[in-house]
Design a protein around this ligand. Structure first.
Ligand code: C2E
Ligand code: MG
Ligand code: MG
Ligand code: MG
Length: 283
């Protein structure tokens, strides 16, 4: 039956697409439509703190999709789809622009010490014009580059070395901060750390989860902190949910900290109410 169709439609029967469920195809359609207007996506913000001073140092932006029928969808429900379909390029650009616009507002309100981070997916990182896109967004929004951090994952860093090295170098030249998200979970050798000018290691939450009860994960966590110190990098722990985890991290000299123990990711207004109390003016 497929043979009767035109070349274009024949594509519908390629094994990859065939294996998609009706729900997935519908969600893909919805995603495509949502990207025309961009009014269904929202960035939530989760605060990051300095362990020693307990001061707010910045926040990670985490995307949510307010789907008209399905409700609020977490990134795990649609980022993989966006990657598969190439829609991640547009979505990722929206994320960076939105985070920069928001941060610009906060900087203008006097929060001049904070850094906002945005997550980059591998596909987005590997697109040819990423650096130009970021540069344009910074210029458009008027946000000084030092207020933006991009979170990359380890697996992205080991592949495609030439492009990776050049891209990270150029982003650093712009003045953007670079962190390695989910650090310790990838397949990489540590060798890349001496070649790539990254700023921050982000210890994966799978280690932090049982850091006080699992000796191996405690050892890994301590080793990452020592490694960061030796290489003069910053180190942050994510997924901190309990007081004893926070205490462990403080005791072992982790610089920064993030997790449900302090706050879930929050909508802008709630984030401002809880963490930026004073003189925010909204326009
Ligand atoms: P990630 O960048 O490693 O983000 C951390 C995830 O852990 C977030 O889930 C966050 O809500 C969650 N989390 C924070 N504190 C805790 C905690 O104490 N305990 C536990 N169990 N979880 C905690 P979320 O928001 O569902 O995001 C999941 C992943 O989706 C992110 O992992 C990131 O890889 C991806 N993602 C999120 N936003 C974006 C985006 O704008 N663009 C891209 N490309 N990926 C994104
Ligand atoms: Mg992240
Ligand atoms: Mg992470
Ligand atoms: Mg992750």
């Amino acid at each position: 039956k497929a043979k009767d169709l035109s070349g274009n439609q024949y594509q519908l029967f390629s094994p990859e697409i065939e294996s998609r469920t009706f729900e997935q195809i519908q969600l893909e359609n919805d995603l495509f439509k949502a990207l025309q207007k961009n009014d269904e996506f929202e960035l939530y913000y989760q605060p990051k703190f300095d362990v020693r001073t307990e001061k707010l140092i910045g926040m990670e932006s985490l995307i949510r999709w307010n789907h008209p029928q399905l409700g609020t969808l977490p990134p795990g429900h649609f980022i993989p789809l966006a990657e598969e379909t190439g829609l991640i390029t547009n979505l990722g650009e929206w994320v960076i622009r939105e985070a920069c616009q928001q941060m610009k507002t906060w900087v203008s309100s006097g929060y001049t010490e904070l850094i906002v981070s945005a997550n980059l997916s591998p596909q987005q990182f590997n697109q040819q014009n990423l650096v130009l896109t970021v540069a344009n967004i910074l210029e458009e929004t008027g946000l000084p580059a030092k207020h933006l951090e991009l979170e990359l994952t380890e697996n992205l860093i080991i592949h495609n070395t030439e492009h990776t090295l050049r891209t990270i170098g150029q982003l650093k030249e712009l003045g953007v901060q670079i962190s390695i998200d989910d650090f310790g979970t990838g397949y990489s050798s540590l060798g890349y750390l001496k070649d790539f000018p990254v700023d921050t290691l982000k210890i994966d939450k799978s280690f932090i989860n049982d850091v006080t009860t699992n000796r191996n994960n405690a050892a890994i966590t301590k080793t990452i902190i020592t490694l960061a110190d030796s290489l003069q990098l910053n180190v942050i722990a994510e997924g901190v949910e309990k007081a004893d985890q926070a205490a462990f991290l403080a005791e072992h000299g982790c610089h920064w900290i993030q997790g449900f123990y302090y706050s879930h990711p929050l909508q802008v207004e709630t984030f401002e109410d809880h963490f930026l109390k004073s003189f925010i003016k909204r326009g």
